[in-house]
Design a protein around this ligand. Sequence first.
Ligand code: SF4
Length: 412
Amino acid sequence: MTCYDVALLESVSRQHEKELTVSVVLEKVLPGSSTISDIAERIYAGERITSADALRLYHHPDLLEVGALGEFVRRRKAGEGKEKFVYYIHNMHLNPTNFCVETCRFCSYANPGNKAYSWTVEEVLDEARKGAQLGINEIHMVGGLNPICDLNYYEEVMKAIKAEFPHLHLKAMTAVEIEYLANLEGISFEETLKRLVAAGLNSMPGGGAEIFDESVRTKMAVKKTPAHKWLEIHGIAHQMGMKTTATMLTGIGEAVEHKVDHMRLLRDQQDISGGFMCFIPLKCYYEGTTIADEVVEPTADDLLRDIAISRIFLDNFDHIKAYWIQLGVQLAQVALSFGADDLDGTIGEEKITHAAGAKTPLQLAKERMEELISTAGYTPVERDTVYNIRRVSTCAPSIVGALSDRVASLIS
Ligand code: SF4
């Protein structure tokens, strides 16, 4: 089924058609009798919710009520005429090396069992050429902490990419990689970032935040970049005028309190430096790790709550991403009705989550991205890295079945 025949093949209810053709009027979405109606009233009034409120939302028995609040906030934040917009980007992932000096227990990508590789500058460029031929507009580049791939190497890689493809936006280097390169070189985070920006770095991804709580990190043998350093590096990048994103990894032994604390630290940092573009909840995959028996795998209910509650709690973040590579395409579609407004990108070839057993496709064509968004009831919007709109799709938004039925099928 292509995105062009969706409108013909599916029966769209009159109410839904009306919703699609007129601006959505934001009405209260929860019954006054709900046990979270006091939180809802504060959300309707535009007030910031507290960590205690977020914890109550995590424990609230009615997932759909929490999701309805997430969707309400998403629509209000989107603004007049953009209530149904869901963003995606035509991009590729580049992972120049999977060798890593760290041994985070949840990581399969740099697992010693995987054959280690380090690409030369020319090999990275060859990969970039493949993406450029497909018309991508962003390269998302992250890798392991590898002494062979030092600051000079990344400067050369970025200069080479920019020399051949000056139009491509280079989103690269997590805070973890910045810390590692700075230490390797014996220079400050700021100096490291300045050199990379001079070489072509445009923005930074939000990986490596994991869960900020130290007790969880200790159990998972995470020795890299503690919370204060991760936040400091992003703060420096923001001060330099760079945009970044932020992530949270779940399924590594965290409690809901740790998730709320993680988001509070991000919200506080955003109040100070203001450069986070979006928040991306991530889930751990366990293939190739030894942690599956000691942690609880997040359920679909957990993952949808992360989307909805982050949308509500992170009132100073413009976008929440449903990362389809990890959620799977069906759950990512449902997440759009829980507050997410971004499906990430076409990807090219993803290595990190697939090394840990993700069964999602390696990449999606632009047409398929648009089909996923429109059949979930939203308007596909192709964006650039910093959320400038490149094109609003003509695919008609549609709805396949009631949202509650789709949620039930996913969490049963
Ligand atoms: S999560 Fe990152 S820092 Fe940790 S082992 Fe994997 S690649 Fe290295």
